[in-house]
Design a protein around this ligand. Structure first.
Ligand code: ASP
Length: 306
C-alpha cells in the first residue's frame, strides 16, 4: 500500500509524477521530493519556489521543511533566497545530527557549499506584482499558498514536506508555519502525518500539524483529526481574539486513510494511492468533500497562468 496527499490543485502534476515513482517501488522521500520540486520549479504557481511572492523589498525569500516519520529526522530552511529548491536543501539538512534548521545567509552558505542549484527566483510576473503592490498596499498579504505533501510508501515509512514563499509583501525575515516542525508539518510513521496551509501566524498558535497527528494517535481517523484540530484552533482563536485566519490541514494515517479540513469556504487537495488515480478534491467549509471538476478548472485559470 502507498498513499500521497498534498495541498492545493497546484500539486496535481507533482502527485502524478510521485505516484508513478511509488508504483515502481520508489522510496517515499524521493517521491515527495519529486512532487514538491515539481511545484517549486513551475513559475505558474506564484506562491511557491520560482516566481514566488516577493517580500516587502521585492526579494523572493522562501521557506521549506521536511520530516522523516520513521527516524523523526527533520530539516528546514527559512527565508532563503537564490536557490532553485528550498525543499531539497531542507531534506539534506535533516540527515545531519546538528544544524537541522538554517535561516537566511546561513542557509544560503550551506546550500552553496553543498552545490545546490543557484537561481534568481524572481520572474517578470513576480517583479511586476511587487511593483503594483508597492503602490496599492491593499494587495499585500493576499494570494499566499503552500505546497504541503505527505507520502506513505510501501515500506510503511511516512514523510512530510512543505515549500512556500509565505505571505506576499511580508517583512524581510518573516517566517510562517511552513518550515516549523509541528506547525507546518509533522510525521510519525507509527501514527501518521499532517501538513498545513493558511495564515502562518495563526497556524503556529495551535501547532496544528502536531495536534492533528496527536489526535490520530488518540484513535481518531485522519479525517476526524483534521476536523477536530481545525475547529478547535478556529474557535480558540475567535474566543481569544475575535477572529481566526485561514486554517487548512491535510493528514494521512499509518493505515493509509486521508483527511482534509479547512475553515475557508473552498480548500483543494490532491490524493493518490495504489488503488486510486491522482485526483483533486474540494473541501467546503461544512466539511463536504467532492471532486468538482468545473471548480478545479476555474481555480487553475484564476490562480495559475502557464
Ligand atoms: N502558511 C504559509 C505562511 O504563512 C502561507 C500559506 O500556506 O498560505 O507562510
Amino acid at each position: 500500500m502507498w498513499v500521497i496527499t498534498a495541498t492545493w490543485c497546484m500539486a496535481l502534476d507533482g502527485v502524478r509524477k510521485a505516484a508513478e515513482m511509488l508504483k515502481d517501488g520508489a522510496d517515499g522521500a524521493d517521491a515527495l521530493e519529486t512532487l514538491i520540486t515539481d511545484v517549486e520549479s513551475n513559475p505558474g504557481f506564484t506562491s511557491v519556489g520560482y516566481g514566488g511572492l516577493p517580500d516587502r523589498d521585492g526579494n523572493v525569500r522562501l521557506d521549506a521543511g521536511f520530516m522523516d516519520g520513521t527516524t523523526l529526522n527533520t530539516g528546514a530552511v527559512m527565508s532563503i533566497s537564490g536557490f532553485a529548491s528550498p525543499f531539497r536543501i531542507a531534506r539534506s539538512l535533516s540527515s545531519s545530527e546538528l544544524n537541522n534548521v538554517l535561516t537566511g545567509s546561513g542557509a544560503e552558505a550551506y546550500a552553496a557549499e553543498h552545490g545546490f542549484e543557484q537561481k534568481d527566483m524572481r520572474t517578470e510576473l513576480s517583479i511586476s506584482r511587487w511593483k503594483q503592490a508597492v503602490q496599492q498596499t491593499h494587495q499585500a498579504y493576499r494570494g499566499h499558498d503552500t505546497v504541503g505533501a505527505l507520502v506513505l510508501d510501501e515500506a510503511g515509512n511516512i514523510y512530510a514536506g512543505t515549500s512556500t514563499s509565505g505571505l506576499f509583501m511580508k517583512l524581510p525575515g518573516r517566517v510562517g508555519d511552513s518550515p516549523l516542525a509541528g506547525s507546518g508539518f509533522y510525521a510519525d510513521s507509527l501514527v501518521g502525518a499532517a501538513a498545513a496551509t493558511g495564515l502562518g501566524e495563526d497556524l503556529m498558535k495551535g501547532c496544528i500539524s502536531y495536534e492533528t497527528v496527536r489526535l490520530m494517535k488518540e484513535g481518531h481517523s485522519a479525517q476526524e483529526a483534521c476536523e477536530l484540530a481545525v475547529k478547535a484552533l478556529d474557535s480558540r482563536l475567535k474566543k481569544a481574539r475575535g477572529k481566526a485566519g485561514d486554517l487548512s490541514v491535510i493528514a494521512v494515517s499509518k493505515n493509509g486513510d486521508c483527511g482534509a479540513f479547512s475553515n475557508i469556504s473552498e480548500f483543494s487537495f490532491v490524493t493518490a494511492s495504489d488503488t486510486k488515480d491522482p485526483c483533486v478534491y474540494l473541501v467546503k467549509e461544512n466539511g463536504n468533500i467532492s471532486a468538482d471538476t468545473a471548480w478545479i478548472r476555474a481555480y487553475m485559470e484564476r490562480h495559475h497562468q502557464f
